[in-house]
Design a protein around this ligand. Structure first.
Ligand code: PBG
Length: 335
């Protein structure tokens, strides 16, 4: 038996040695907190498939967002849950609609202390649950939807959003929205394109979070989970159309896509740890099958390692709090 010449274990021998050679770390400012706000709610209501996540009332939204910002999160991404839905998603473009009112309220409370982001998509607002408007045959009408996105973008920018997140996967959506904003003198409103967004089962709990009653599925506009090349095509298009940041979604099942996009992208890349990923970690740890806190940080670190500069996660505020208060001993490996 010969002794090994190379001994990688030397660099793993003590906590101090591991810390010295650690390549990737997390910081609160890398994290973005997605939040749900419900029209007409007096107080926050739990989402059963996402333990710990709630549909906020306006007041609880302000409290929770303020706390997240005090802990140092990089931004908040708002989703609206309207009281009334219709075929064209009227609530999305109404300045008095729940999402636009919440954006305005947060901007007035938080100013420029954090980055206020808005989900720009019709599915929370349509009674059929699709991300766009339908044609006479019941198909999602791409170009008619772009007209709605233009209006929605303007309403969100006027309400005070710093960054709009078009998540509907319509062709040409970034160009259309950029054009609308620029024409209205809103050159400073930035666009966070959901560039590679897959038709995923991992959005399951989100449907409950926004009271969606989706009829059918989203496979004619969201990407096929079997494909990776088209993510690079979507990236090229979004960059050419004016995206300021790009995103890959979901997160953990698509780390390969995240890596590809991060290597090819000249603009910052984000990853979205979606509702189903959150639900899996919560369910497994509630059963005592995995260590919750370490699984949370390991999963977030994986996005950074794969090339994400920002991570959207329902854990953002909690994790930012851990870092602010100093990581407990069992989590020091993430410092
Ligand atoms: C579309 C949108 C969805 C999510 C974020 N934006 C739902 C979908 O595309 O089906 C899912 C987020 C999550 O599951 O956490 N408005």
């Amino acid at each position: 038996m010969t002794a090994p010449l190379d001994r990688p274990r030397r660099l793993r021998s003590t906590s101090a040695m591991r810390s010295l050679v650690r390549e990737h770390t997390l910081r609160p400012a890398d994290l973005v907190l997605p939040m749900f706000v419900r029209e007409g709610a007096e107080e926050s209501a739990p989402i059963s498939s996402m333990p710990g996540v709630v549909q906020h009332s306006m007041d609880s939204l302000v409290r929770a967002a303020t706390e997240a910002v005090e802990r140092g999160v990089g931004g908040v991404m708002l989703f609206g849950v309207p009281e009334h839905k219709d075929a064209i998603g009227s609530g999305a473009t109404d300045p008095d609609g729940i999402l636009n009112r919440a954006l305005a309220r947060l901007r007035s409370e938080l100013g420029d202390d954090t980055v206020i982001m808005a989900d720009l998509c019709l599915d929370e607002f349509t009674d059929h649950g699709h991300c766009g408007v339908l044609d006479a045959a019941g198909r999602v009408d791409n170009d008619a939807t772009l007209l709605r996105y233009r209006e929605m973008a303007l309403a969100q920018a006027e309400a005070g959003a710093h960054l709009l997140g078009p998540s509907g996967m319509m062709d040409g959506q970034i160009a259309a929205i950029r054009d609308e904003l620029d024409t209205a003198g809103r050159q400073d409103t930035a666009l966070y394109a959901y560039t590679a967004k897959y038709a995923s089962a991992f959005y399951g709990p989100f449907r409950e979070a926004v009271d969606s009653s989706l009829q059918g599925d989203r496979r004619t506009y969201q990407q096929d989970p079997a494909n990776s090349h088209e993510a690079l095509r979507e990236l090229e298009l979004d960059l050419a159309e004016g995206a300021d940041l790009v995103m890959v979604k979901p997160g953990m099942p698509y780390l390969d896509v995240l890596r590809d996009v991060a290597q090819a992208s000249p603009v910052p890349v984000g990853a979205y740890q979606v509702s189903g990923e959150y639900a899996m970690i919560e369910a497994a740890s509630a059963n005592g099958w995995i260590d919750r806190d370490r699984s949370v940080l390991e999963s977030l670190l994986a996005f950074r390692r794969a090339g994400a500069s920002t991570v959207l996660t329902y854990y953002a505020s909690e994790v930012a709090g851990w870092y602010r208060d100093g990581l407990p001993a069992h989590l020091r490996e993430f410092l």
